[in-house]
Design a protein around this ligand. Structure first.
Ligand code: ADP
Ligand code: MG
Length: 558
């Protein structure tokens, strides 16, 4: 038998995992149990869509057993199992290449769980064990295989026998060290509490043999111990529980269990809708941007369940692009199980749910903005760009949903303000909502074009993000007030600018003609301006595009 090597990346990852996530060792159990549950889900799903298969609920369970003396912890399931090839593929390669971007982040922040994020849950077993043995028999096969590994050195696979379809994972628990206690993972009651904490809602029974004691028959004080099998988890999925049964911790655990992110969500939204559309949903507004959020790899979507059975991991149709950062799940009894991706797109029910969800998310964000401004601003730092991008890419079609969620830096308030707050400070004579585009707040502060407006006491919104001006163009106006760039030729300030001194232009005709000639085709015309106080000159534009937009457009690849 030859020992196969893990792929190079896998080695590094294993090393990283075993050596740097000690604070959360216990989550290995959550990972193995959720894999077991996934495996049963796969059979269940198959049976529901394949007439030849039967699914008797009683036959499906997960079992956790300990052998203290031998220091063994066994997690077995009656799920779909793995073939030899699957053992190789699924357990021989850790994560996919490119996942190393997370390393940076893990070094920054203590105490979050990187494991789930990257689909490498299985390897967390090595945090607590020296040897991991996986015995598995796949559905529809008579053969079974044993995969074994001592960690980074590699693994072996050999054939073996196994009576039932399913998978059995045996961990040889590490010996205690001076600073680390591993014995706890051989204590039934400790294991039970870990399961309660992280895996309570798993839909299949998690069985354990627990030691109990009772009075010895015929005596009044003597106790005897006996073992009794118990189902440890409540099996009710969290979204089917009522809100007042649940604590913040339950939601946070669910978020982590589901691998939605390694941050703590800012807010959860628990929906239980009934009527024309019936569905339950738990949605999360994350705090931190996933590291791949602005890459092509990022996939938006919500988990979709049909009456408790997972039918799709990322249903994109449930979320508009501008809310692509939302994580969570939806369960509806009204969806058919063997619905295909194409059919889903046209499913009326699903469309209604999506619309409903969109409104809920918007309202929650507005609520956050109104009642927890600081949190909202934190959120906006991560995802504001996505909202603005949403306005722009949908040609303003989502104005109503998005405009009140926008924040911009204000020249007057020296902080982020909403458009509505801007409006509330506008004077009657002020015609437009003014904005200035630039690289940074400091740069915009120095723009000569802002002088006149500042002098008049008008507030200016600072656009420091590339997408700002584009998205505002799509908006056109906010509550009937149009936007106007400070570099626009017409600022709508009558008394001082409307009839910009033609007289001045005439008397300086020679100078201006000379300047125009020197600047050749860099400018269209040179004029006298009353906009300036401390600066000798500024650029303005008559056209539709502002100077900043032109810069961005000309920097774009054709
Ligand atoms: P993830 O669960 O995110 O895919 P894991 O590292 O936890 O990543 O597991 C890797 C893969 O190994 C799973 O996707 C699954 O295909 C397979 N696997 C793990 N545990 C089991 C199990 N108990 N039964 C069947 N397949 C399993
Ligand atoms: Mg997993």
């Amino acid at each position: 038998m030859t020992v196969k090597q893990f792929q190079a990346e896998s080695k590094r990852l294993l090393d990283l995992m075993v050596n740097s996530i000690y604070t959360h060792k216990e989550i290995f159990l959550r990972e193995l149990i959720s894999n077991a549950s996934d495996a049963i889900d796969k059979i269940y799903y198959k049976a529901l869509t394949d007439e030849a298969l039967n699914f008797n609920k009683e036959d499906y369970f997960i079992k956790v057993e300990v052998d203290k003396l031998a220091r063994l912890l066994k997690i077995s399931d009656t799920g779909i199992g793995m073939t030899r090839e699957e053992l190789e593929e699924n357990l021989g390669v850790i994560a996919k290449s490119g996942s190393f971007a997370f390393k940076k982040e893990t070094e920054l922040k203590e105490g979050f769980d990187i494991i789930g994020q990257f689909g490498v849950g299985f390897y967390s077993a090595f945090m607590v064990s020296d040897v991991v043995t996986v015995t598995s028999r796949a559905l529809g096969s008579d053969e079974a295989y044993k995969w074994e590994s001592k960690g980074a050195d590699g693994y072996t696979i050999e054939s073996c026998s196994k009576e039932n379809v399913g998978t059995e994972i045996v961990l040889k628990i590490k010996e205690n060290t001076a600073d680390e206690n591993y014995d706890e993972f051989l204590e039934e009651y400790r294991l039970k509490s870990i399961i309660k904490k992280y895996s309570d809602f798993i839909r299949y029974p998690i069985k354990m043999e627990l030691i109990k004691s009772k009075l010895k028959e015929g005596t009044e004080q003597e106790y005897e111990q006996y073992k009794e099998e118990e189902i440890v988890n409540s099996m009710v999925p969290i979204w089917k529980k009522s809100k007042n049964e649940l604590t913040q911790e339950d939601y946070d655990n669910f978020y982590a269990e589901k691998h939605f992110g390694f941050d703590k969500p800012i807010k959860h939204i628990h929906i239980s809708a009934e009527g024309t559309i019936s569905y339950k949903a738990i949605l999360f507004i994350p705090e931190k941007m996933p590291f791949d959020f602005y890459t092509k790899e990022y996939e938006k979507g919500l988990e979709l369940y049909s009456n408790g059975v997972l039918i799709m991991h990322k249903c994109a149709d449930l979320l508009p692009d501008y809310f692509s950062f939302i994580k969570g799940m939806v369960d509806s009894e009204d969806l058919s199980l063997n619905i295909s991706r194409e059919m889903l797109q046209h499913d009326r029910q699903l469309k209604l749910i999506a619309k409903n969800i969109k409104t809920k998310i918007k309202n929650e964000l507005l609520d956050l903005l109104k009642n927890s401004r600081e949190k909202y601003e934190e959120f906006y730092k991560s995802f504001g760009r996505q909202l603005k991008y949403g306005l722009y890419s949908d040609y303003g079609a989502n104005k109503k949903d998005l405009q009140d969620l926008l924040l911009f830096y204000s020249s007057k308030e020296k902080k982020m303000v909403t458009l509505d707050e801007y409006l509330s400070r506008m004077t009657e004579e002020q015609k437009y909502i003014y904005y200035a585009s630039g690289e940074s707040i400091e740069r915009i502060d120095k723009l000569p074009q802002t002088e006149l407006l500042n002098d008049k006491g008008y507030e200016i919104l600072y656009f420091t993000d590339d997408v700002d001006e584009f998205s505002i163009r799509m908006l056109g106006a906010y509550k009937e007030k149009e936007f106007r760039s400070v570099s626009s030729g017409d600022l709508g300030i009558e008394s001082e600018e409307a009839n910009t001194s033609d007289a001045d232009d005439q008397s300086n005709l020679d100078l201006f003609t000379e300047m125009k000639e020197l600047l050749a085709d860099k400018v269209k015309s040179v004029k006298a301006s009353k906009r300036l106080k401390n600066h000798p000159v500024c650029l303005t534009n008559d056209g539709d595009l502002s100077i900043e937009m032109e810069k961005i457009l000309s920097a774009m690849p054709n």
